[in-house]
Write a protein that binds this ligand. Structure first.
Ligand code: PHE
Length: 360
C-alpha cells in the first residue's frame, strides 16, 4: 500500500461519508471502512507483514486515517440526529393547556381539603401546624387541661379507654385536639401560635356523631393577646373560609374547664324553607368553642400566668366541611363509597390558598 493509495482511500471514504443520505447509509460506510472486513481494518492487518521501520511509518498513517474517518462519521451522525430531532419538534406539537390524560385517578377527601384550607388561612395569619398523638394519657387529655379527677366534664366526653398498660397508665384515644395545647406549651417557648388539626374519638354514633371525627385546635400564647384578638382572628377565619365578607359573628358565654372566660361562636345564617344559607339573615348557627387559656392550664405547663396569657379555640372539621360543601350526612364521610368520593372529592392539583382557589 503506497502513500497515494492511502490518500485515495481517505478521499473515497470522506466522499462516501458526506454523500450518505441518512443514518443507515452512513452505517454502511462505517462498516465498509472500520468493520471486520472494512478497508481500514484490512490495512491494519497488512501491518503485521511489514518490516519494523516501514510498519512504524505506515502504522502512524493508518491510525491518523482511522481517527479522521472516525470523527467524520461521528459528526455526520450527530448532524443526522439533530435533523431528526428538529423534524420531530416541528411536526409533533403538544397543547400544554390540555388537562392531564388519562384523567388522574383518585381525589382528595373533603376532610383533607378542608384541613388544607384551614391551614392556608391561619398560615397567612402566622400560625404553624402542630401535631400530637391519637393515643393520649389522662394527664394531657384531661388533668393538665384543668379537668379535676372525678370532674363530670370527663364523663361528657364518652372516652374510649385502652387496656391498662404495664406502666400503670390508663391510655385513651384523645377526645379532642386540646392535648396538643399542653404538648406545645410544655415543649415550645412563647410566643406560641399554632393550629393542630387531627383525629379525635368519642364513643358516640348517630346522624350527627361518628366515633372518629376531626377537630382543629388553635392556640396563641404571648404576653398580651386578649379576647379582642380572639374575636378578630376567628371572624376573619370564618369570613375567609366561607367566602362571605359580611358574615356576622356572635360570641355567647360558655364553659370549658381549660378556658376562662369561655365562649361559643355563632355565625349568621338563614334556615328559611328548610335550606341553610350563611350570611346576614338574622338566624344563628354554632360553629366553635373558644376562650382565654385558663391560668391553671398555664401553670400545669410550667408557664407563669402573671406573665403569659393567650387564647384557644377548637372546631369540628366535618361540620365546617358539611356547611361549605353542602354534605348532608356526617356518616358518609367514612363510608368510603367511591361514588361519594368522586362527587365530593377535590383535585390533588388544586392546592388551596387564600389568594386563589379557596372558594369554588
Ligand atoms: N376542646 C373543646 C371541645 O372539644 C373545644 C375547645 C378548644 C374549646 C379550645 C375552647 C378552646 O369541645
Amino acid at each position: 500500500m503506497t502513500q497515494n493509495s492511502i490518500e485515495q482511500l481517505r478521499g473515497d471514504l470522506l466522499a462516501a461519508i458526506s454523500a450518505a443520505g441518512d443514518s443507515s447509509a452512513l452505517e454502511e460506510v462505517r462498516v465498509s471502512a472500520l468493520g471486520k472486513k472494512g478497508r481500514i481494518t484490512a490495512l491494519m492487518k497488512d501491518l503485521g507483514a511489514m518490516d519494523p521501520e516501514a510498519r512504524k511509518a505506515f502504522g502512524q498513517q493508518v491510525n491518523a486515517l482511522k481517527a479522521e474517518v472516525g470523527s467524520a462519521l461521528e459528526s455526520r451522525k450527530q448532524a443526522f440526529e439533530a435533523a431528526a430531532l428538529n423534524a420531530r419538534l416541528t411536526t409533533e406539537t403538544m397543547d400544554v393547556t390540555l388537562p392531564v390524560r388519562p384523567e388522574t385517578e383518585g381525589s382528595l377527601h373533603p376532610i383533607s381539603q378542608t384541613m388544607d384550607e384551614i391551614a392556608a388561612i391561619f398560615g397567612v395569619m402566622g400560625f404553624e401546624v402542630a401535631e400530637g398523638p391519637d393515643v393520649e394519657d389522662d394527664f394531657h387529655n384531661f388533668t393538665a387541661l384543668n379537668f379535676p379527677p372525678g370532674h363530670p366534664a370527663r364523663e361528657m366526653h364518652d372516652t374510649f379507654f385502652l387496656q391498662d398498660a404495664d406502666d400503670g397508665e390508663r391510655y385513651l384515644l384523645r377526645t379532642h385536639t386540646s392535648p396538643v395545647q399542653i404538648r406545645t406549651m410544655m415543649n415550645a417557648k412563647a410566643p406560641i401560635r399554632i393550629i393542630a388539626p387531627g383525629r379525635t374519638y368519642r364513643c358516640d354514633y348517630d346522624m350527627t356523631h361518628t366515633p372518629m371525627f376531626h377537630q382543629v385546635e388553635g392556640l396563641i400564647i404571648d404576653t398580651e393577646s386578649h379576647m379582642g384578638h380572639l374575636k378578630g382572628c376567628l371572624a376573619e377565619f370564618v369570613r375567609t373560609y366561607f367566602g362571605v365578607d359580611n358574615l356576622p359573628v356572635r360570641f355567647r358565654p360558655s364553659f370549658f374547664p381549660f378556658t376562662e372566660p369561655s365562649a361559643e361562636m355563632d355565625i349568621g345564617c338563614s334556615r328559611q324553607g328548610g335550606e341553610l344559607k350563611l350570611g346576614d339573615y338574622g338566624d344563628w348557627l354554632e360553629i366553635l368553642g373558644c376562650g382565654m387559656v385558663h391560668p391553671n392550664v398555664l401553670k400545669a405547663c410550667g408557664l407563669d400566668p402573671d406573665v403569659y396569657q393567650g387564647f384557644a379555640f377548637g372546631m369540628g372539621i366535618e361540620r365546617i366541611a358539611m356547611l361549605k360543601y353542602g354534605i348532608p350526612d356526617l356518616r358518609t364521610f367514612f363510608e368510603s363509597d367511591l361514588r361519594w368520593l368522586r362527587h365530593y372529592g377535590f383535585s390533588a392539583l388544586d392546592v388551596p390558598s387564600v389568594t386563589g382557589g379557596l372558594n369554588r
